[in-house]
Design a protein around this ligand. Sequence first.
Ligand SMILES: Nc1ncnc2c1ncn2[C@@H]1O[C@H](COP(=O)(O)OP(=O)(O)OP(=O)(O)O)[C@@H](O)[C@H]1O
Ligand SMILES: [Mg+2]
Length: 344
Amino acid sequence: MVFDFLVGRSGDLAIDLGTANTLVFAKGRGIVVNEPSVVAIATRGGKPQILAVGEEARQMLGKTPESIRAIRPMRKGVIGDFEAAQAMTAYFIKRAAKGRGLRRPRVVISTPQGATPVERRAIREAAEGSGAGQVFLIEEPMAAAIGADLPVTSPRGSMVVDLGGGTTEVAVLSLGGITNAVSVPVGGDDFDEAIHGYVRRVHNVAIGEATAERIKREVGAALSPDPQDELTVQVSGRDLISGVPKAIAVSESEIADSLTEPVFAIVEGVKSALERTAPELAADIVDTGLVLTGGGALLRRLPDAIRAATGLPVSVAEEPLTCGVSGAGRALSELKTLKTVLQD
Ligand SMILES: Nc1ncnc2c1ncn2[C@@H]1O[C@H](COP(=O)(O)OP(=O)(O)OP(=O)(O)O)[C@@H](O)[C@H]1O
Ligand SMILES: [Mg+2]
């Protein structure tokens, strides 16, 4: 049994319960769940009933009749709606274990760096109440750094900036631990909100959450493009003056303008983490630079904006959206070398 524990067993699961996406990694099988963190609940009659989880529920966001609620249980990286979060976790664990007879799998689940002890306990309890056996916690930036192949256990400083839907976690890692970190309460959701506000103000058109996100993916940028490379996207919403639906074109430089504030907050977070970094570790980071992970790392020219503000080399992890969960999975299967990064 002890030996079993050290080498990692099949049936182990890693879960990244994100504000935007929930992913499950199964040892030996890779990523088995990758779905939006959304739950649709029917509220008609007495007991609330779960109608859909994940992508199916996401498609209902902003389109539900009164009897159905589509909920995002995670807000700003932590559990906002405990029951919905637990139902979602249970559903995904069950799906990951399906047909494999896994009873009470060992689970590692990531928690945001800025989470309070109470919030950590809620995440642990959501996993325990969802059919998990032994539960370990791992700090999100640590998981992201392992997934991005940074040398977290070596005596070298590495810096990771994990830009998720809810928060941006900036952390310096060395010798299997986090030496200093800053959690900026700004993430991809804030980009969407800024875009929503901009389109309303400048184009006099109301758009939904999903449309704002689509604009971000298609023409979102941290800095304006060269004029000859400018991208534009066509979207529709409700004209605020006439009240009828209307199509508009939105350009990349408009969106870069609208994102100035949240991008600035992230850059300031990186700078403040650097200011708090011990000199020897800072020297390592000057050499190797910092690595961006999380879906927000895909925003056009974000590396340029951070490079310009810090003078450091900036790269984007190979799989920014999945490296958190694969890093957590690796921590669990390489317990012998990575034991120090887990908390039980
Ligand atoms: N191509 C893209 N350009 C810009 N943003 C993107 C792109 N693709 C995804 N995103 C954004 O990345 C965010 C999701 O990233 P991720 O899955 O890492 O977050 P999360 O782990 O769920 O959130 P958190 O870590 O804050 O709890 C969303 O805001 C999404 O809109
Ligand atoms: Mg995340």
